[in-house]
Structures are given as structure tokens and as C-alpha cells.
Design a protein around this ligand. Structure first.
Ligand SMILES: [Zn+2]
Length: 125
């Protein structure tokens, strides 16, 4: 991973994090304010890194998707801090630069991602 790309991708990830935070809040407030009022209070007082754990108890398909993404984005940011960013979580090869620019939170190289999907669709048959 060329060092020069990191600050740009970090900026993208932080923006995504803010966006997810807002999305989750507006989702809970818009459609589920009564049901989730307690959860909303908890979220307001917790660091983002605790959100996926809090949201786990309340998952609807929308929340599940956002919460997963939140975890991925945070994982990518902490990998940057540890200098491990951009390595495939399956084979540890470097993830292709263009792929990271499209989705800075991705965790797999093109080959492993493809394999994962093939295995999934095979499991469905
Ligand atoms: Zn891989």
C-alpha cells in the first residue's frame, strides 16, 4: 500500500463513519422513536466503537446492514493505526488499490471475495 493513499482513504472512512452514525440515528428516530427511545439514549452516550454491540439486540435488516458496515469501517480505521491496512483478511495478500479506492472498508482481495461469493451461492443450491 503506497503511503500516499492512506490519508485520502482515511478521510473517506471517517466520512462514511459520520454518515452511518447519522443514518442510524435518523432511522431510529424516524420510524421507531418509541420502540427505540432507550436505545437512542444509550447510543448518544457511547463511543461509536460500542454501537455494533448495542445494536445487536435490536437488529432489523436495515440496522443489521448499517451496523455491519459500521464495524467494517471501524476495523479498517484501526488497521490503519496498526499499519495493517489493505491486507486481505483471508490470504493476507495486498488488496488491489483500485478496489480500496472504491470501497476503503473492504477486507478481501478480489480473488478471495469471488471465492466467498461462489461458496455462498453453492451453499444456497
Ligand atoms: Zn485474499
Amino acid at each position: 500500500m503506497p503511503k500516499s493513499l492512506i490519508p485520502e482513504l482515511r478521510g473517506q472512512l471517517q466520512q462514511e463513519l459520520q454518515q452511518l452514525r447519522e443514518d442510524i440515528f435518523s432511522y431510529l428516530q424516524r420510524d421507531h422513536a418509541d420502540e427505540f427511545s432507550h436505545l437512542l439514549l444509550q447510543l448518544e452516550h457511547q463511543a461509536l466503537s460500542h454501537w455494533p454491540e448495542l445494536l445487536r439486540h435490536w437488529l432489523t435488516p436495515e440496522l443489521e446492514q448499517k451496523s455491519r458496515k459500521l464495524e467494517l469501517v471501524q476495523a479498517a480505521l484501526s488497521q490503519m493505526d496498526m499499519g495493517l491496512y489493505g491486507l486481505c483478511s483471508d490470504c493476507e495478500a495486498r488488496i488491489e488499490r483500485e478496489l480500496l479506492q472504491q470501497d476503503p472498508a473492504r477486507q478481501r482481495c478480489a480473488r478471495c471475495e469471488r471465492q466467498l461469493h461462489e461458496n455462498k451461492s453453492r451453499a444456497l443450491c
